[in-house]
Write a protein that binds this ligand. Sequence first.
Ligand SMILES: Cc1ncc(COP(=O)(O)O)c(C=O)c1O
Length: 411
Amino acid sequence: MSATFPAAETEVSSSFDQIRQLESNYLLQNYARYPLALHRGKGCYLYDLDGNRYLDLISGIGVNSLGYAHPRITKVIRQQAGLLLHTSNLYYHEYQGRLAERLAKVSGLQRSFFCNSGAEAMEGALKMIRSHGNAKNSGKTEIVTLENSFHGRTLGALSITGQPKYRKDFEPLLPGPRFVPRNDVAALEAAVNEKTGGIVLEFIQGEGGINPISEDFARKARKLADQFDALLVFDEIQCGVGRPGAYFAYQLLDPVLLPDIAIAAKPMACGIPLGVIIANEKAAGTIKSGMHGSTYGGGPLACRVALEFFDILEELLPSINSVGGYFRMRLTELMHTYSFIKEVRGQGLMIGVELEWPCKQFVLDGIKEGLLFNCTHDTVLRFLPPYILTEPDVDRAITTLKKIFKHAALP
Ligand SMILES: Cc1ncc(COP(=O)(O)O)c(C=O)c1O
């Protein structure tokens, strides 16, 4: 798994204070960063400017799926960088069709559109819902989605994000969203009608606190979408592409429940930006020539890396399940010692630990102890580690968490 770096590539040329000062002078002040500047990574470990090592259990919010400097990914990136980085979608290249074929095989949905981020994939899906609705009648523009959801920061994606804190400064947003409580089948039934163009669901809410939707709720959504001719969209940006121990979270149900559209992004190209809309023929038919596009989307570098990623993922799926199960089991053990842990939940390597009080201080303590994870929804410790995590890595993480938790006192 090792990658060797020439000396010049490993040199640090700025101090932490210089980096922080430059950012404070020249960047929009929208991010509240943790006090850590990263320099390089190897396997599941990251290193800061001074060479201190951190076990990474958040992987760039679910993006660095194969960790750092994975030899096969590094090799493909180096090769492709010497050949061709970008073509635009004016021309063909070898890898976009091959990746779409691969996605069709693993998703059960036939056609792909490639873009560069999760929010961009969501925007495209929203256009498909609008186009579908408009083709039926001009009032079919409502979108049913969940309270506490998160679908991205662009205006369209924000419009269907069910958390007022993200929306409030940007009203008015797109008209027509209807938010229902997660797993409230009666509320879902009451919200969907002839005016519904689409139903958008995270199969496991990520940013909202690692909350799965129930099988009943998911199957009712499929039924209602069919009954009222609405498109069913699963946002698998955080919960999909291997992370739940299956290619997609909707495949965890038996029999599998297919959406009309799945959108994915984060882990697919191991840190190179790549998003995708995968659609069945009905949904794909809503976008005709010239109706949508992306300059960078589906470039040769991202697609080739994603193809390599899918080859590796096929081998990794069993261990995502077993290591994920082991991690949840070890975290559940901690509940017996630390009464402030309310619940451990998740699937595969998407894990949340609900605490009785805000968890930000634990994240800061984790950094001091060489362990990276984050906190979502104020009280949920979120773990989205690289898929190459091993049981000894989990043991190390648990030892460190015990150390951090030991000092916890009620605020
Ligand atoms: C479920 C979900 N949808 C959409 C997004 C937006 O993705 P991006 O930040 O790549 O635009 C995210 C990002 O965290 C997400 O978790």
